[in-house]
Write a protein that binds this ligand. Structure first.
Ligand code: NAP
Length: 315
């Protein structure tokens, strides 16, 4: 099954589909990464805060040693968590991720949030996004990453760092799914030649099981299941595909990259089998007819931070 790539503004080719790994434990993620690469995936999406970079590094090393894939064929994305965005912290944070991943460089390094905090996340650090971007510019120029980008940033914040005239933003990774289509953000990014990666493309059905290291569960915004949407089910029937494959194709056909997460080999394979059908513009419009716009990931910890990306939505 052939795949697809998206060319970043610096010419780097990013696979349009990758494996998501949030909530994949180290024990689960090694097998998931191996199954995904064997199924044809070439992009793995992780983050220091997922605490699975070491296990992913082991899987990559073994896949290369087994001759399944070469390093240069893989595209590895990782992200700097909020304490790593504090002044002077980014380069050592990326070096720490690289050590765990057993890599000399990553393909894409993202500021996971626009907000810096102290290590314990108990206190804001009022670093402006411009200063975060100066640090990303520096690690890009040092060759530790082949591209740099942002996640959970709003359009104004991205515009502010573009205005610095440093390395442009190569990618914006945001929550984006049928019930949160983010047309304004996608149009903004297109106008600035920034690729967009959709996270939670399946509606993140497993998010409700997330527990903080303290054992505390988060409050999640209520949301109907997109996998059970009547129009999704109708399109799935028409193309003899699963609802998940329709939701993934919905994002791909809008020109976006996707990073569906699974730790089950059958679903990892299923989620990659999306290159033998296409949704038309009319079918996309039909899928979107409910006009639901419900953010699932409210990122409430940003409330009160001067760089809270969603402050205007919270009023
Ligand atoms: P998602 O990919 O929309 O959904 C993953 C959930 O769907 C898991 O519970 C998975 O369960 C299940 N699933 C996978 N394939 C399925 C299928 N074919 N049919 C039915 N259920 C299926 O949500 P996500 O994990 O929240 O987002 C994807 C990735 O984006 C993350 O893993 C992470 O890499 C990234 N992300 C980034 C941010 C950010 O702030 N930048 C935030 C959230 C996520 P099983 O594993 O049990 O199969």
């Amino acid at each position: 099954m052939s795949s697809a790539t998206i060319t970043l503004s610096n010419g780097v080719a990013m696979p349009a589909i990758g494996l998501g790994t949030w909530q994949s434990s180290p024990a689960e993620v090694t097998a998931a990464v191996k199954a995904s690469v064997k199924a044809g995936y070439r992009l793995i999406d992780t983050a220091s805060v997922y605490q699975n970079e070491e296990a992913i590094g082991t899987a990559i090393k073994e896949l290369i040693e087994e001759g399944v894939v070469k390093r240069e064929e893989l595209f590895i994305t990782t992200k700097a968590w909020t304490h790593e965005l504090a002044p002077g912290k980014l380069e050592e944070s990326l070096r720490s991720s690289l050590k765990k991943l057993q890599l000399e460089n990553v393909d894409l390094y993202l500021a996971h949030m626009p907000t810096a905090f102290n290590n314990e996340m108990t206190a804001h650090i009022a670093t402006p996004v411009e200063d975060i971007w100066r640090q990303l510019d520096a690690v890009y120029k040092s060759g530790l990453t082949k591209a740099v980008g942002v996640s959970n940033w709003n359009n104004d914040q991205i515009a502010r760092v573009l205005a610095l005239g440093l390395t442009p933003v190569h990618n914006s990774q945001v929550e984006l799914h049928l019930y949160f289509p983010q047309h304004e953000h996608v149009n903004f990014c297109k106008s600035h030649n920034i690729s967009v990666t959709s996270y939670a493309t399946l509606g993140s059905p497993g998010r409700v099981n997330f527990t903080l290291p303290t054992g505390q569960k988060l409050d999640w915004a209520p949301a109907p299941s997109e996998l059970e949407d009547a129009n999704v089910l109708a399109a799935a029937k028409k193309y003899n595909k699963t609802p998940a494959q329709v939701l993934l194709r919905y994002a791909l056909d809008r020109g976006l990259a996707i990073i569906p997460k699974s730790v089950h080999e059958n679903r990892i394979i299923e989620n990659f089998k999306v290159f033998d059908f296409k949704l038309t513009a009319d079918e996309i419009a039909k899928l979107e007819e409910k006009k639901i716009s419900q953010r699932l990931f409210l990122q409430d910890f940003m409330v009160g931070h001067p760089e809270d990306a969603f402050a205007s939505e919270r009023k």
